[in-house]
Design a protein around this ligand. Structure first.
Ligand code: SAM
Ligand code: SF4
Length: 325
C-alpha cells in the first residue's frame, strides 16, 4: 500500500498515453499546440513495466487518458496487457470519443470496463466552436457503440461561463432521464497557456445546480454527500442516471485524494494542479531495477502535496492535455 504523510492511500493512477490530440478544446490547449516527438514518450514496454511496478505498490485502479488516448498506436494491446497485469482491478479511459465507434468493441474485448466521454454540449455548432473543429455526430456514434458493447458510460462536460452553462448544461442533464449514465460537470480549471481565459470562465457548482433544477425540477443528493471519486452526486426525479459535480476550484476535495498521474513522457505528478514531479524516464532508460523504481515512487508519494494552490493563484505550467486531466 502506498501511503502519503497525511495517511492517504494512493492507489489510483491516471496514465496519459500521448500528449497529442485530434481536437483543440478552447479550455485545454491553444490552437497552435505542438506535441512531443514519439521517442520522448514512454514506449509500450516501458509503460507496461511501470504499470507492473505501480501494481506491486498497491495501485489497483488505472485510467488511460491524454491528449487523446485513442491516438496511441497499439492502444488495444496496451489495454489487454494492462488488464492481464496482476493487481489491476479497474481499467477505464477518458476520451473525446471521436474514433470510439470502431474502437469500442476491441477495447471492451481487451478488458476496458468503463469510459468517460467528453461532451460539453449537444449543439453541433457550439460543439464545433468549443473543440475548434469536432463533430458531435462522430462522438455520439462512439457513445452508442460503447453502450452497445456494454462499456460503462460517464459523460464529462467542462462548464464554461457564457458558452455552455445554461441550456447546454440542462440538455445534458436531461439525458439522465432516459439513460443510466452519469453526467459529470467539471469546473474549468486554470492551466498552462490558457489560464487567463479560464479564471473568468468558472461557473460555481451551486449556480449550475440552480440552473438545472429551474428547468428540470429538484435534484436529490446521493450517498449522503460522499463523493464518487471526485464528484458530488445528485439525481433528478425519476431519472435513470445521475449528475456529478466536480468542483475542484470552489469546493476542493484534496483531503480524499487517492490519485497520482503519469505523463506520456514518464513524469509522475502527485497533484494535477502543482508542478512538482518525479521524472521516471531517466531511471527507466538507465537500467534502474524494479526495487529502485518502487523506492523512488514510494518516496515521491510520501511527499504528495496536501492540496492545490488555486486559491493562492498557484497555477500549473503544463496544459491539461499534457497531464491528462
Ligand atoms: N482527450 C480526452 C478527453 O477530452 O476526454 C482525454 C484528455 S482530457 C485532457 C481529460 C479531461 O480533462 C476531459 O474531460 C476534458 O474535458 C478535461 N479538461 C481539459 N481541460 C480542462 C480544464 N482547463 N479544466 C477542467 N477540465 C479540463
Ligand atoms: Fe483534446 Fe481532450 Fe484537450 Fe479536448 S480536452 S483538446 S479532446 S485532450
Amino acid at each position: 500500500m502506498a501511503l502519503d504523510r497525511f495517511n492517504r492511500n494512493i492507489h489510483y493512477l491516471r496514465i496519459s498515453l500521448t500528449d497529442m490530440c485530434n481536437l483543440r478544446c478552447v479550455y485545454c490547449m491553444p490552437e497552435d499546440m505542438t506535441f512531443r516527438p514519439r521517442e520522448e514518450l514512454l514506449q509500450d514496454d516501458e509503460l507496461l513495466r511501470l504499470v507492473r511496478v505501480f501494481s506491486q505498490l498497491g495501485f489497483d485502479k488505472f485510467r488511460l487518458t491524454g491528449g487523446e488516448p485513442t491516438l496511441r498506436v497499439n492502444l488495444v494491446p496496451i489495454v489487454q496487457a494492462m488488464h492481464d497485469t496482476p493487481g489491476v482491478k479497474e481499467l477505464a479511459m477518458t476520451t473525446n470519443g471521436v474514433t470510439l465507434k470502431s474502437l469500442a468493441r476491441p477495447l471492451k474485448e481487451a478488458g476496458l470496463q468503463r469510459i468517460n466521454v467528453s461532451i460539453d454540449t449537444l449543439d453541433p455548432d457550439k460543439f464545433r466552436r468549443l473543440t475548434r473543429w469536432g463533430r458531435i455526430e462522430d462522438v455520439w456514434a462512439g457513445v452508442e457503440a460503447a453502450e452497445s458493447v456494454g462499456l460503462g458510460i460517464k459523460i464529462n462536460a467542462v462548464v464554461v461561463r457564457g458558452q455552455n452553462d445554461k441550456e447546454d448544461a440542462v440538455d445534458l442533464a436531461r439525458l439522465t432521464l432516459k439513460h443510466p449514465w452519469q453526467i459529470r460537470y467539471i469546473e474549468v480549471m486554470p492551466m498552462g497557456r490558457v489560464s487567463d481565459f479560464q479564471k473568468s470562465a468558472i461557473v460555481p457548482e451551486d449556480e449550475l445546480r440552480a440552473t438545472i433544477s429551474e428547468a428540470l425540477g429538484p435534484m436529490e443528493l446521493l450517498n449522503e454527500g460522499r463523493l464518487d471519486g471526485e464528484a458530488r452526486m445528485f439525481k433528478l426525479r425519476d431519472a435513470m442516471g445521475s449528475l456529478g459535480f466536480i468542483s475542484a476550484v470552489t469546493k476542493p476535495f484534496c483531503s480524499g485524494c487517492n490519485r497520482a498521474r503519469l505523463t506520456a513522457d514518464g513524469r509522475l505528478l502527485l497533484c494535477l494542479l502543482r508542478d512538482k514531479e518525479l521524472n521516471l524516464m531517466p531511471y527507466v532508460r538507465d537500467g534502474a531495477s524494479d526495487q529502485e523504481l518502487i523506492e523512488l515512487i514510494e518516496d515521491s508519494i510520501w511527499h504528495k502535496p496536501w492540496g492545490h494552490g488555486l486559491a493562492q493563484d498557484v497555477r500549473p505550467s503544463r496544459n491539461m492535455s499534457e497531464i491528462g486531466g
